[in-house]
Design a protein around this ligand. Structure first.
Ligand SMILES: *Cc1c(COP(=O)(O)O)cnc(C)c1O
Length: 396
């Protein structure tokens, strides 16, 4: 079927929840995607930070094939081998002690919220249930994750949302200190806000938040659904800021393209959950965790993360050159291989023009061009992408 035929069917049969671009992707290889008409795109969206190892990475394909031939699903009534192995790998490479697996970022955050509340409730009573999150944050689309999301535009029309969430401006320590009281059980932060416009906090802010949380025995939940798994140049983004979360949430790149989510917690926190407190039918299923195991092992290979840092600095440099050329580029910000370019005008036209020339980028928060290339991108591909962006920017 052609792009046009697929789009017509999709418009008829799918709920109209996404502002989709007019192409249907049917194949991927490495950093490239191909649409139904055979057009070739350099992919700097990377499935919104899911396809960090590119498309059809041989290790992931092999792991999925082997696991599909062995055992696709098995209930959490029993122990599951790849689930245990992936949990061990994550724990061995983080400051956290144990893992719970779900299927998405929202589900990971829902679990983190429940765990934080149970921990505080056991220790201080149910009054202590409030969670402070940041304005411009994004934590997912399910109701509690939506309530945690500090953006009014996502809340409209879905009231009433679960109670107990308050919001402070990202980066404003004084506002956080003021909001934090005896009812606060956790502070939830994205180490870099992805959907909110690639907003990078200062190291100082993150460290002060951590210190404050430790002083008050308030749990620090870091949502690394988008920026975890090597995106910033370290396996976890918290390493970049010299802080340690009490609870860490992961999803997007964790399964190498297969749906998976997880939250990890420190030892004193994990003890709050007992059998029956939480669960998920598909959570940690053999297929997703086998793929995750292959993905995490690939990210942990010698020199891989070093290359992410190096290529990230190179991309930053090229983007800053564009900024000196075009006065309507207000700011370039990011870390590793997540970059945002804030314009003084909407970015949708730039996205469309880039796509016409074979480059996929994304625009978030209407004016921020966001780049999330696969971590396997080459410098040559970065040059190609920047040249296409240059041309698109020159025409708006
Ligand atoms: C994408 C995202 C989520 C939601 O993940 P889903 O898998 O879509 O539920 C949550 N938090 C952050 C930071 C995200 O980027």
């Amino acid at each position: 079927m052609s792009n046009q035929e697929l789009i017509e069917l999709g418009q008829k049969y799918l709920l109209n929840t996404y502002g989709r671009l007019p192409v249907a992707m049917v194949k991927g290889q490495g950093t490239h995607l191909y649409d139904a008409d055979g057009n070739d795109y350099l992919d700097f969206v990377g499935g919104l930070a899911v396809n960090s190892l590119g498309h059809c990475h041989p290790d992931i394909v092999k792991a999925i094939e082997e696991q599909a031939n062995r055992l696709l699903h098995c209930s959490n009534l029993y122990w599951i081998e790849p689930q245990i192995k992936l949990a061990k790998l994550l724990v061995d490479n983080s400051c956290l002690a144990q893992v719970f697996f779900g299927n998405s970022g929202s589900e990971a955050n829902e679990g983190a919220i429940k765990l934080a509340r149970k921990y505080a409730s056991l220790k201080y009573g149910q009054e202590r249930h409030e969670i402070i999150t940041m304005k411009q944050s994004f934590h997912g689309r399910t109701l509690a994750a939506l309530a945690a999301t500090g953006q009014e535009k996502f809340h409209q029309d879905f009231q009433p949302l679960p109670q107990g969430f308050t919001y402070v401006p990202f980066g404003n320590l004084e506002a956080l200190k003021e909001a934090l009281g005896p009812k606060t059980c956790a502070v939830m932060v994205e180490p870099i806000q992805g959907e909110g416009g690639v907003n990078v906090p200062t190291m100082d802010f993150m460290q002060e938040v951590w210190k404050l949380c430790q002083e008050k025995d308030v749990l620090l939940i870091l949502d690394e659904v988008q920026v975890g798994m090597g995106r910033t140049g370290t396996l976890f983004a918290y390493e970049q800021f010299g802080v340690e979360p009490d609870i860490l949430t992961l999803a997007k790149a964790l399964g190498g393209g297969v749906a998976i989510g997880a939250f990890l917690a420190k030892e004193q926190v994990t003890a709050a959950f007992k059998p029956g407190d939480h669960g998920s039918t598909f959570g940690g299923n053999p297929l997703a965790t086998a793929a995750g195991l292959a993905a995490v092992n690939a990210i942990l290979q010698d020199g891989f993360l070093e290359q992410v840092k190096e290529k990230g600095l190179y991309l930053q440099n090229q983007l800053e050159k564009l900024q000196t050329k075009y006065s309507f580029i207000k700011e370039v910000r990011g870390l590793g291989l997540i970059w945002g370019m804030e314009l003084d005008r909407p970015g949708a036209d730039v996205v469309s023009k880039c796509m016409e020339d074979g480059l996929l980028i994304n625009c978030t928060n209407s004016t921020v061009l966001r780049l999330l290339p696969p971590l396997i991108v080459t410098k040559e591909e970065i040059d190609v992408a920047v040249a296409i962006m240059d041309k698109a920017l020159s025409s708006v």
